[in-house]
Write a protein that binds this ligand. Sequence first.
Ligand code: NAP
Length: 259
Amino acid sequence: MSFKNKTVLITGASSGIGAATAIAFAKEGANLSIIGRNQEKLAITASQCSEHGQVPLVIVADVTKDEDLIRAVDTTVEQFGGIDVLVNNAGLMRFASILDENIMEAYDQTFDTNLRAVFRLTNLAAPHLIKTGGNIVNISSIAALKMPDHPSHITYYVSKAAVDHFTRCIAAELASKGVRVNSVNPGPVRTDFADNIGLSREEAVGFWERSGKLTALGRICEPEEIADMTVFLASDKARGITGASFVVDNGKLVKIKTP
Ligand SMILES: NC(=O)c1ccc[n+]([C@@H]2O[C@H](COP(=O)([O-])OP(=O)(O)OC[C@H]3O[C@@H](n4cnc5c(N)ncnc54)[C@H](OP(=O)(O)O)[C@@H]3O)[C@@H](O)[C@H]2O)c1
């Protein structure tokens, strides 16, 4: 699955799944453009990619800002001459139920990052992907496919359901232009996601432990497992796959609940 001379643009590469994905593509020889807001964490990802001979273009950018996304695409194309793969990975979760006063604040934050940024970056990158016959992998979630565990998770769940339908719609539109579009839908994955939703380090450990017990296989994924699926979907081995969503959840969706 060599990505030599291919350019991969990854959002949210400062942490978790995005960082592991950048490293996985670096191992396959890809040129990398990595995006996030946290400069220190991006530098760590960059140095881990460099160990595999690929020094990434580091773009400190907020995916909710159009001007940052325009800069990210422009500088990537200037540096590498094009874009072959876009990984829309940056995402977050905010809590509010439909009965809460802060529901629209949670909605705006969640949708700006999880959906609007995916729309805008896809819009900006698509002409370049058409030129290279490239493809897109959106990092969705099993949240797109099930009911929330709690009513306060609604904005996250609805945003990820929208990401899946966006994937299918854009796959349909771009197929005739030679561009594939797919999503990966992880179940629980051990990343900084729990810390970034406001849990303490100790609470996060408990959260991941409980999450493992809720899967059929009794474990959660490491970010590298999601990265492997993403690299596969972006590769020529997946040349017949588009408009599809791939669950990687240790059987969380199929776990039989004992009464
Ligand atoms: N972990 C799980 O259990 C799980 C399960 C299903 C799906 N997912 C999905 O996987 C994706 C990656 O999450 P993760 O688990 O790796 O979580 P994470 O460790 O919290 O990473 C989230 C990434 O998103 C970036 N990000 C968030 N807002 C951003 C913004 N406005 N601009 C630029 N970057 C932004 C963060 O970068 P900065 O902080 O540097 O900006 C960070 O790199 C998300 O879409 C998430 O919904 C995760």
